[in-house]
Ligand binder design. Sequence first.
Ligand code: NAG
Ligand code: NAG
Ligand code: NAG
Ligand code: NAG
Ligand code: NAG
Length: 380
Amino acid sequence: MLAALSLLPSITSSIVAGSQPGTVSNITIFTPPSNYTIPRTLYARTLLLNQNCEHDNVLLATWENYSLELPYFPIFRSTDLGQTWMEFSRVIDQVNGWGLRYQPFLYELPQAIGKFPAGTILLAGNSIPADLSQTQIDLYASPDKGKTWKFVSHVAHGGRAIPNNGETPVWEPFIMMWQGKIIVYYSDQRDPAHGQKLVHQVSSDLLTWEDPVDDVAYSTYDFRPGMTVVAKMPFKQYVMTYEFWGAPEASFAVYYRISTDPTNFNASVGRPLIATDGTVPTSSPYVVWSSAGGPLGTLVVSSGSGPQVYLNHVLGAPGAWTKVDTPESTSYTRSLRVMPNENDILIVGGGVLSGTNNSVTAATIDIAPVAPSLAKCGGS
Ligand SMILES: *[C@@H]1O[C@H](CO)[C@@H](O)[C@H](O)[C@H]1NC(C)=O
Ligand SMILES: *[C@@H]1O[C@H](CO)[C@@H](O)[C@H](O)[C@H]1NC(C)=O
Ligand SMILES: *[C@@H]1O[C@H](CO)[C@@H](O)[C@H](O)[C@H]1NC(C)=O
Ligand SMILES: *[C@@H]1O[C@H](CO)[C@@H](O)[C@H](O)[C@H]1NC(C)=O
Ligand SMILES: *[C@@H]1O[C@H](CO)[C@@H](O)[C@H](O)[C@H]1NC(C)=O
């Protein structure tokens, strides 16, 4: 790490930090009817299907949908990289009778696992009854790129869906494949030693799950790390972002950890994300890595505290996060997606907590560094 850090000034000095509007701007994916329960929509997530002749440029989106009916996760689809969207399917609770209420996440299997072939689309989300008396992270699979869905397995069961210390819910699943196995990361309030901690469970067949393993668990009971997102970087490194209530920098400061073993973030050091202008973004982060933007690519982090994103061109080195504007407004837990042209990062938001006017919106930014402008007047 020290050796890498000493390279920092020479690498960063060659990069002009910034972003420009990308190819998609001011897109509304879904406007909920005004008789929906507030916040109407929240927690939007996307998936870019693996590029091949049949499914080039296809995106799926889903979100929490506060309808009057038993809630389900709507699946909207775009075949033009996010310019236009149509309802495509609905993921409906097939086993609990509670609905699929909170925190959906979409993932495409890059390789086969168990009886599920490569290309299967997975959705994990929180099934919760109307009285919020239980939380159940369930896994669904689609064999046809999101058109039809089938229940696969229960991942984790918790108590009441209330985010207070002393309650025992589970929250916010995130899926990633690693070394032929599937990891589901989530937030866990069941351990009496921790108000909330971050854990993961691993499966080799999507049907049975190994015991939870800690990723972030602070010894102070009241501390609440939450909302795991993980991205792969070069050199077999993985970065995990989370919000951290209890951080000395700010309530719900965005923190990150880096590890070559994404099942052992517990052994890594958590660092606050502090931008070069001193900003400490807070709440509901999301992270992606793109190969564009510099020789080591670009980490892009969104948070719930503003419309900006934070770029890092040196694989997450502290002191190298720059804050840049985006055309996508602030949302609670916006999602990021690296587009086929890796300069373009899609940002999708579902609105803010308790928002009275939420809708699901999208915009892209272009993270390619601005080329140094060449002198145009005839001096040389
Ligand atoms: C965004 O789109 C809406 C219609 O969808 C339009 O009313 C509004 O003016 C647009 N805003 C910008 C900044 O382009
Ligand atoms: C909610 O509003 C929609 C129109 O936006 C209407 O079709 C539907 O009947 C309304 N539902 C209720 C229960 O009022
Ligand atoms: C959610 O979104 C769909 C669009 O798929 C909309 O038609 C529906 O009324 C909403 N209701 C529910 C249950 O989420
Ligand atoms: C996680 O790391 C802490 C030190 O930060 C250590 O005390 C604890 O035993 C570790 N937990 C596991 C499950 O390895
Ligand atoms: C609600 O949001 C829409 C765009 O999403 C905007 O045009 C409208 O002015 C907003 N209404 C209120 C009351 O904020």
